[in-house]
Write a protein of this length. Structure first.
Length: 584
């Protein structure tokens, strides 16, 4: 299974447990418990990544793989499973607390043990993957049944739709027949590959699948009815808990985890856009999260003190969060950074204009300033590396930097197009990619804001490159929003209208001699000033959009009119596009 691993049998009462163990015995010990209907092989790819740094051990739960298979359901009582863990801890790490990691029923076991007095001082932490505390599953079900409001009935129906298989498990004879049938002719392999996107290689599924399924059913049969009849009161975890929630789990609704904090006062929640078998589909991510968590617990830092970002959870949650804003040296970017700071966020500012950036950084009291051209992909990669390394992953990223090029399409050169698209579209794309990736890997949600424009829905014959780049930003934001939703990450496209900033002065007006270009810039700047919509008002709207997780924030009245025309009167919109918008 693993390089340098030893396999051994650990005795627990009448039961033999098959255990695999690897890594340096002097390092913190991690014990892995698999779920139903798996074996310790579930962890192979995770253990391979952790064994070089930790002392790792995984065992076949009684009834599975190479461990004994007691016949009576009573032998599968959670108390007996606790005996097994105790025996494994004694064999692997006598006298030193272990970090427990469980998946599915392994996680349910973990919740049980981390809340039992019996294991106090023996467990240093728990990482529970795709498995809620049994007490809360039952308490929530009871509440839904006792006080059935329409919303609760709907939630119960949603849960029942995912948990249909439990009915099959409780039907006499069904687990035996079903697993015999599923294990034959590659049927289970087919289901795993096609429904769960799990590969069926390297010992998956185990050759013992039919027997594992049949005996493992006793975990449900023994423990669920007993807990229904005798719920435990006031259960509290005595060690920090990391909860890994797969957002696309077909079997367990994410709402099962809503109240986990009631049981685990020190809780770290991670959301992953994966299906149920995360240790198989995302072994690298799972291994990294486990390693980070274990290291924090070992170092005595507070691993659970962070509250995960809640999409649409209001602006209050900005307090203490890390926010990064590009193009923060001037205009909307600078005002947005100041508005986020006013909400208590810690600010990182990015701009290619060193002097403007330094001024903004000082005025706002930013934690960090970074000179960077957002259109440079490598520079953005380096920026993200440095930011994550020095400050951690920003909870909020505002891709705001932008430039304007105005003038007729046929006079806009290929170079002009490349410049506009390079900054306005690719700058946003690079920001989304480098920080979006970091947010996904962190697994605690977040918010990305891409500053587009009302030009995204209103064509103008004088603004082809700019409008096209902004329309592309809108569409890219919508696509990314759909992709990142399962990770708890919101994406907003902000669309202001005419805002009085430096953009009109810094813009390039194609096909004009320099003196005329400057004069036009001044006239346009004055016109925008007379319009009198300052960047601070845009910033307020952006902050509100972050709090509400708006898909599109349409800011300024003219932007709202343009959006309405694009939806309900496209003919009018086309006629408006033919007007001269640059002042003579
Ligand atoms: P601004 O010129 O006042 O500020 C833009 C900032 O971005 C400047 O500090 C500039 O140095 C920086 N920047 C430009 N290119 C960069 C690059 N490649 N890398 C890093 N930084 C760069 O303009 P603004 O009006 O505040 O514009 C901000 C955003 O708002 C832009 O995306 C713009 O298209 C958008 N917008 C502005 C208006 C408006 O009327 N002002 C309307 C709609 C949308």
């Amino acid at each position: 299974m693993l390089d340098g691993a030893i396999t051994r049998i650990v005795r627990s009462g009448e039961v033999d447990l098959a255990l695999v163990q690897a890594g340096d015995r002097g390092r913190p010990a991690l014990i892995f418990i698999h779920g139903y209907p798996d074996t310790k092989e579930l962890w192979a790819d995770v253990l391979a990544r952790l064994a070089p740094s930790y002392h790792v051990a995984a065992y076949d739960v009684r009834g599975a793989g190479d461990s004994s298979r007691p016949r009576r359901a009573a032998a599968y009582d959670l108390a007996r499973l606790g005996d097994d863990l105790e025996a494994v801890i004694e064999a692997v790490s006598p006298g030193r607390p272990v970090h427990l990691v469980g998946h599915d029923w392994g996680a349910i076991q973990g919740w049980e043990f981390v809340t039992q007095e019996r294991f106090a001082g023996m467990l240093a932490s728990l990482t529970a993957i795709a498995g809620p505390p049994l007490d809360q599953v039952i308490a929530a079900g009871n509440l839904l049944l006792r006080r059935p409001t329409p919303a609760r009935v709907a939630e119960l129906a949603r849960r029942a739709r995912r948990s249909w298989y439990i009915v099959a498990i409780f039907t006499p004879g069904v687990p035996t027949l079903a697993w015999r049938w599923l294990a034959r002719g590659g049927r289970w392999n087919w289901l795993m590959q096609n429904l769960e996107r799990v590969g069926t290689d390297g010992g998956h599924p185990a050759p013992t699948l039919a027997a594992d399924g049949r005996h493992g059913a006793k975990l449900y049969r023994r423990n669920i009815p007993r807990r229904l009849l005798g719920p435990r009161a006031h259960v509290v975890a005595h060690a920090p808990v990391q909860l890994v929630i797969p957002a696309r789990d077909h079997y367990i609704s994410t709402s099962y985890y809503d109240n986990a904090r009631l049981i685990a006062p020190v809780l770290r929640r991670r959301l992953v856009g994966a299906r149920h078998w995360v240790p198989r589909t995302e072994p690298g991510l799972v291994a990294r999260w486990i390693g980070e968590f274990v290291d924090q617990v070992e170092a005595g830092s507070e691993p659970g003190s962070r509250t995960p970002w809640a999409r649409g959870g209001g602006i209050e949650q900005l307090c203490g969060r890390l926010a990064l804003v590009t193009g923060a040296g001037s205009g909307i970017g600078r005002a947005t950074a100041a508005a986020l700071c006013a909400q208590g966020a810690r600010l990182l500012l990015v701009d290619r204009d060193r002097a403007a950036l330094a001024r903004a950084g000082e005025e706002i009291g930013a934690e960090g300033t970074f000179v960077c051209d957002v259109s440079d992909e490598q520079a953005m990669e380096r920026l993200a590396d440095e930011v994550v390394c020095r400050f951690g992953v920003p909870d909020v990223v505002v891709n705001n930097a932008g430039i304007a090029v105005a003038g007729p399409f046929l006079e806009t050169t290929g170079q002009d197009w490349q410049r506009v698209v390079g900054v306005n579209l690719m700058g946003v794309v690079h920001g989304c990619r480098v920080f979006g990736r970091a947010l996904v890997e962190r697994g605690e949600g977040g918010q990305i804001v891409n500053v587009a424009s009302a030009a995204a829905f209103q064509p103008a014959k004088d603004l082809p490159a700019y409008s096209a780049s902004k329309a592309a930003v809108m569409m890219a934001s919508e696509c990314l929003r759909a992709e990142l939703a399962p990770y708890g990450i919101g994406v907003t496209a902000a669309c202001p209208g005419f805002v009085s900033t430096n953009i009109t002065r810094a813009a390039h007006y194609v096909g004009l001699p320099e003196a005329e270009e400057r004069a036009l810039a001044e006239r346009l700047t004055r016109l925008y000033e007379r319009r009198n919509f300052g960047p601070e008002r845009v910033a307020t709207a952006i902050v509100e959009a972050i709090g509400a997780d708006l898909p599109v924030a349409v800011i300024t009245p003219e932007a709202r009119v343009m959006r309405a025309l694009s939806r309900f009167a496209p003919g009018v919109r086309r006629r408006l596009a033919t007007l001269d918008t640059l002042p003579a």
